[in-house]
Design a protein around this ligand. Structure first.
Ligand SMILES: [Mg+2]
Ligand SMILES: [Zn+2]
Length: 187
């Protein structure tokens, strides 16, 4: 189909793009993981949609507010832009884990909203994250799940219910695998 993007990558934020410092609420505390901006730029170059889906239960827990999350997201976009990288959209769930919402990962609400609001190729979709909830999201979307060992990834691997499709050292390695996988599917 004309104009349909080649693929969609749903990206976790904390521990995947930026260092997971735990309930990050201060934009000044945002540190991009080495190589992450360049990895996102590679996806941009290939016209692959990059959609951030982030669980921000810190709002529901009362640790910080929606405007704190938005300030961090704005800073994230700014730091990525400096390196020529862009996110197509950022979605986050602000609910407490005890709230029965549809958006908190591994729930698919954020990805489904993204598919409504953007032209996405949902049949070629990947989820990259550092937690089992990210791999769970991939399963629920029938997408491929890539666990990164940055952030909480190394701890999460133990006792994980479902194996990821690939385990990557970091986002750079994850994107390399995705690009090769798309290449494989095209031939
Ligand atoms: Mg994370
Ligand atoms: Zn939610």
């Amino acid at each position: 189909m004309k104009g349909t993007p080649v693929a969609t990558v749903f990206l976790d934020r904390d521990g995947t793009i930026n260092e997971d410092v735990g309930y990050l609420s201060d934009p000044a505390g945002l540190v991009i993981i080495e190589g992450a901006a360049k990895a996102i730029r590679l996806l941009n170059d290939k016209k692959i949609k990059v959609i951030v889906v982030s669980n921000q239960s810190g709002v529901g827990r009362g640790y910080y507010t929606d405007s704190d999350v938005e300030a961090v997201n704005l800073r994230l976009k700014g730091l990525l832009a400096v390196e020529g990288a862009a996110l197509d959209a950022i979605y986050y769930c602000n609910h407490h884990p005890d709230v029965d919402c549809l958006c908190r990962k591994p729930g698919t609400g954020m990805a489904e909203l993204a598919a409504l609001e953007h032209e996405l190729n949902s049949s070629m979709a990947y989820v990259v994250g550092d937690k089992s909830s990210d791999i769970g999201l991939a399963r629920n979307l029938k997408a491929k799940g890539i666990l990164v060992l940055t952030g909480k990834g190394a701890n999460e691997l133990e006792g994980m219910e479902e194996a990821p499709d690939f385990i990557a050292k970091d986002l750079t390695e994850a994107v390399g695998w995705i690009l090769a996988d798309i290449e494989r599917s095209a031939t």
